[in-house]
Design a protein around this ligand. Structure first.
Ligand code: HEC
Length: 170
């Protein structure tokens, strides 16, 4: 009888420990989901004010393609070899022409230009135009470019300053 009660007490104790954990999971799950609501997944489609809403799956695919093709230099939204030209939205917005929209980013990946837009840097930066020089670009489709661009614009909305390191200039 005594052992029955001690077993019962132990089970109850375990339940008391498990309960807050379960409750915590229940409370934090909607918070995680909220990061990916329609507003987060909506970004400028072009420079004229049109918007596009991606699905969560599209952004996840974009992240995968981005990490494989661009991650060596741009992991976390920074640019390892030129810290002044990161992928944070502010730096994209200050480029000429502006790059903080999907169409401009797709255009950049096709034929990248200097930050002032004056000349092509396709020979120096991986691009579709220079895909013969950069094998990592060869298998990318137009859809891949669109999803990667979506990821670049959604990432700072989810990650905050962890994307591009915030306003750190070197
Ligand atoms: C070998 C390193 C390297 C790889 C790989 C690379 N980039 Fe870059 N990226 C750079 C450098 C360096 C710059 C800055 C260029 C300049 O001087 O304007 C840059 C600039 C950019 C910019 C402009 C940022 C701004 O604020 O104006 C975008 C957009 C960009 N890269 C996207 C990509 C994408 C998308 C990929 C993958 C397809 C990629 N990059 C792969 C090195 C790289």
């Amino acid at each position: 009888m005594a052992s029955f009660f001690s077993t019962l007490r132990r089970s109850l104790n375990r339940l008391l420990i498990a309960l807050p954990v379960l409750l915590g999971l229940l409370i934090s799950a909607p918070a995680l989901a909220a990061q990916w609501d329609a507003e987060t997944l909506t970004v400028p489609a072009d420079g004229d004010g049109a918007l596009v809403t991606f699905s969560e799956q599209e952004i996840k695919t974009g992240r995968k393609v981005f990490n494989v093709s661009c991650g060596t230099c741009h992991a976390g939204g920074i640019t390892k070899t030129n810290q002044n030209v990161g992928l944070d939205t502010e730096t994209l917005a200050l480029a000429t022409p502006v790059r903080d929209n999907v169409a401009a980013l797709v255009d950049y990946i096709q034929d990248p230009t200097s930050y002032d837009g004056e000349y092509s840097i396709a020979d120096l930066h991986p691009s579709m135009r220079s895909r013969d020089l950069y094998p990592a670009m060869r298998d990318l489709t137009d859809e891949d470019l669109r999803l990667m661009s979506g990821y670049i614009l959604v990432a700072p909305k989810v990650l905050g300053v962890e994307w591009g390191g915030g306003k750190i200039y070197f």
